[in-house]
Design a protein around this ligand. Sequence first.
Ligand code: G6P
Length: 613
Amino acid sequence: MCGIVGYIGTKKACPILIDGLMRLEYRGYDSAGISTLEDNYISNMKNVGRVKNLYDLDGINNLNGTIGIAHTRWATHGKPSKENSHPHMDNSKMFSVVHNGIIENYQELKLFLEKAGYSFLSQTDTETIPNLIHYYYSKDTNNDDKRFLRAVSSACKDLNGSYAIEVICKDYPDLMIVARKDSPLVIGSGINENYIASDIPAILSYTKNFYLLDDNEIVELYKNKINFYDINLSKIDKDLKSIDWDAALSEKNGYEDYMLKEIFEQAHTVRETIGSRLVANTPVNFDDINLSKDYLESINQIYLVACGTAMHAGLAVKPLIEKLCKIPVTVDIASEFRYRNPLIDNKTLCIYISQSGETADTLAALKLAKTCGAKTIAISNVIGSSITREADFTVYTHAGPEIAVASTKAYTSQVTILSLLALYFGEVLGISSKDEIEDIKNELLLLPEKIQTVLENIEDIKEFAKKVYTEKDIFFLGRGVDYTVSLEASLKLKEISYIHSEAYAAGELKHGPIALIENGITVVGIITDHNLVSKSVSNIQEVITRGAKTLIITNQDLENKNYDMVINIPKTNPFISPILSVIPLQLFAYYISKEKGLDVDKPRNLAKSVTVE
Ligand code: G6P
């Protein structure tokens, strides 16, 4: 999705802005641009394609302004082109604006502005914003130091939809105005300089001190002063937050790609997720949510709501929560949940899972549950992200910044934290076997070591990827939690290799998919649950008989039954085996993508954080 960077200070803004945009490249985009302000003149430069293409523009190196705004665009309204890229300016070139989000009433605003004499150069919704600001500015006869602020605030009141905006004005060379509603924006505070970004990693190498904006807030940013206002321009106070992410975590550290680095970080990140919540022979610690036994006994259903990989993490942990709590769990796709009038009341607990904490559908689904009286828990990786500010309770995964679009370490951390949460609920309710709980706890503590073992044995998976990277279709089969891993493995493969793939519950094979199995097709089987081994093995035999090539991921001692490749992973408790079994399949997708010569970290059409519907 679109990315925003801004700078106001004493240094040349242009290199800082371009550096910040490059750090946001992982979000996915199709064009980029910057505006800087110097000698009461706004220079506006934009180009399609990669951020580095900005350096091809004449005069870019001569931009000496110390205040500037910048943007990477992911087209929504109007095709990727120079005209449609941001920043957009008003007709008189007084204001320059970058915008993330969607202005839903832009046609209406455009008509209104056209009647007032404004014209438009692009097909974007965004271009209405600078013109609307200019409209209010020119109507305001009070030429004091708040005229710019008042114009932005009036314009924001007319906007329906979502926005994070940065605005500069040639009449105010020392001031930038930013505002947000339903689209993320943070302000990084420095000495005699301030930074703005849609995502923390863009400016993490400059500061670790951040103000997190809430919806309907407007900010005046000077190099040495920041004023926060609500939409009606009443002043508000904000706390400065320190984010302890290490800037180096946003670098590749010698790995060829972020995705590979993030896969290899998983022993460490799972350890970080466990943190001090789990210590042998002690109850799991969730002081931060502290739900009482009475409350947990009163609830009659739990929803796990999320999108993409985060939703798969929910699917992986549903069986454990149901087993330990005896409460029915529904895993739902946020974009479906929010529009299907789900049954929610004060006996419902809703848990929202989102790496970024900014996914528009997940956020909307959370707001919906709150209006119905449910308690809400946010599981997020990003401190202070939108869902964490909306939910009643927040639990962080502490996986560190995830840059590759295809999520890997966030998934294993989400499964880990949700498993810990299941154990916590189980212990508070006290209705399941203590031995079973202790076994899962002990196995969770051993996971980092076992993940390391998986990561030290990757040659076979690499070799199998080399054999099948030209395939058109690949199937994944599993039962129980192995089916949930199949779904995630299939998604990973689609995302970064563009190979069509399907995941099926192995028992469903005979109900249709087996018709697609023909000589030479590749089928991946995941077999980790000892209760289901013989069933899964039979299903795999059925595809082998029909000529399939098979890759098996297992922690069971399988007899050799003509499999083409078997990847053995360490044994663990079946409920948490997805944390191990997914790893070879993340690598499978990765090596196939590499063999095909694709851009692993930035797959086509995809965005890291989907902040619009
Ligand atoms: C996008 C990303 C996926 C991610 C999903 C949900 O589709 O490409 O990797 O799983 O959004 O993102 P979230 O930040 O809510 O976990």
